[in-house]
Design a protein around this ligand. Structure first.
Ligand code: ARG
Length: 460
């Protein structure tokens, strides 16, 4: 005899280690709250449609509500023998209300139940993630606002390219995180759909009311095809791929923070509250948290690849392989949620060394484009201007000086068009300020981006 809820057609039981291999309760209990809420909606619907007696429906709902309270109080005990969260809950409900608990699973399968739980779980967490992202975006806008006129070296190929506003840098990440948030919002469309009522795969002969359960669970939409409803994991794949892109953005930023607090740059120093020391080297202050976000990015990518691979070649509809969809989703929700908070905290508390940033734009040739543009604006073909400045850079490199150190007499030899206002043009501050083309790093442009961002944030 087999004591499982599904044990009727079996003569023997699973050995415990086999049972353990098949069970998901160790991880799917993270959906406990959503499982109960889905069951409450289903029980109410069974009563209202007359599929079961109203009194029975009320008993089920009351029992489930008590389970919810006990769950929140940490009093529910789950076990591997009951396999997963769905059957553990049914057993607990039976202990509470007796045999009537056996009516709860009328017109329902674990296949539509588990899909419902996952939709509810992700729907909740998508909005939490977007709240956290909003906070990060606000932190970036505040920093940008404080640093419109802070000058830093802008890089290409990790070589000094042209000076930029630090505010402009922060707003670049604001834009990336805004797109990330938009992607999660879009992800919500495919998550906010009720699979409940698809039953095992084909629907049911009972006169269920799917609109009612969808309403009770606050879903905006209902799957139109029962096979699709129990087989679809696109909404999770979308989430994992959106999360991967988000982690990629955070990882790029962290990489820069790590470089910036190196001895070579010294552009920033991270707060003690977000740094760690070394067990052997007393002087060390390490950017561990930034490194961890960079590292965890690999782990989130792995979760995406894992589910893509699990889903590949799966025939319709439910297959037990699908049980492997959960841990990567939970892990990704937890990883991105804490990473967003850590990044925001690190940014808010770091100290920015403006002088060092500015200084490093003055001990380089990142004003070479200014000189070339200066000549071009006076009618010299840009290509020729580029050539003149290029050879002057070479000359300076040999002489050990910078463009702003070249005397006016030498400039006049290179081109009589050059006047003494060139020294102002060559200053980093001026270079940044004058890049006033739409979307450029000019102070006015950065302020414009900030005001757009502020109105976007206040409308969310
Ligand atoms: N624990 C299972 C899962 O996570 C629930 C669905 C089980 N359905 C089934 N037909 N065995 O996928």
């Amino acid at each position: 005899k087999n004591e499982k809820l599904w044990g009727g057609r079996f003569e023997k039981s699973l050995e415990h280690w086999v049972e353990e291999f098949g069970a998901s309760i160790t991880f799917d209990q993270k959906m406990a709250e959503f499982d109960i809420k889905g069951s409450i909606a289903h029980a109410k619907m069974l009563g209202q449609t007359g599929i079961i007696d109203l009194a029975e429906s009320e008993t089920l709902v009351k029992g489930l509500e008590e389970l919810l309270t006990e769950y929140h109080d940490g009093k529910l005990v789950f076990n591997v023998t009951n396999e997963d969260i769905h059957m553990n809950m049914e057993v607990l409900l039976t202990q509470k209300v007796g045999a009537v608990a056996g009516k709860l699973h009328t017109a329902r399968s674990r296949n539509d139940q588990v899909a419902t739980d996952m939709h509810l779980y992700l729907k909740y967490h998508l909005s939490v993630v977007n709240q956290k992202l909003k906070n990060l975006r606000e932190v970036l806008v505040t920093l940008a606002n404080d640093h419109v006129e802070t000058i830093m070296p802008g890089y290409t190929h990790l070589q000094h390219a042209q000076p930029i506003s630090l505010g402009h840098y922060f707003m670049a990440y604001y834009s990336m995180f805004t797109r990330d948030s938009d992607r999660f919002t879009f992800n919500m469309i495919h998550t906010d759909i009720s699979p409940l009522g698809a039953a095992a795969l084909a629907g049911t002969t009972f006169p269920i009311n799917r609109e009612l359960t969808a309403d009770l669970m606050a879903f905006s939409d209902i799957y139109t095809n029962s096979l699709d409803a129990v087989s679809d994991r696109d909404f999770i794949l979308e989430f994992l791929s959106n999360a991967s892109i988000l982690m990629m953005h955070m990882s790029r930023m962290c990489e820069e923070l790590i470089l910036w607090c190196s001895n070579e740059c010294q552009y920033i120093s991270l707060s003690d509250t977000f740094s760690t020391g070394s067990s052997i080297m007393p002087q060390k202050k390490n950017p561990d948290m930034a490194e961890l976000i960079r590292g965890k990015t690999g782990r989130v990518y792995g979760n995406l690849m894992s589910l893509l691979t699990i889903m590949k070649s799966l025939p319709l509809s439910y297959n037990k392989d699908l049980q492997e969809d959960k841990e990567g989703m939970f892990d990704t929700v937890e990883t991105i949620s804490v990473s967003i908070d850590i990044l925001a905290g690190m940014l808010e508390t770091m100290t920015i060394n403006k002088e060092k940033m500015l200084y490093s734009t003055e001990k380089d040739f990142s004003n070479a484009t200014e000189l070339a543009d200066y000549l071009a604006s006076k009618g010299v073909p840009f290509r020729q201007a580029h050539e003149i400045v290029g050879s002057l850079v070479l000359e300076c490199t040999t002489a050990g000086c910078y463009l702003q150190d070249v005397p006016l007499t030498r400039y006049k030899e290179l081109s009589p068009l050059i006047e003494d206002n060139i020294y102002d043009v060559l200053q980093s501050q001026t270079a940044v300020k004058r890049r006033n083309s739409l979307g450029g790093t000019g102070f006015e442009q950065v302020k414009h981006q900030i005001s757009l961002a502020k109105s976007t944030l206040s409308s969310e």
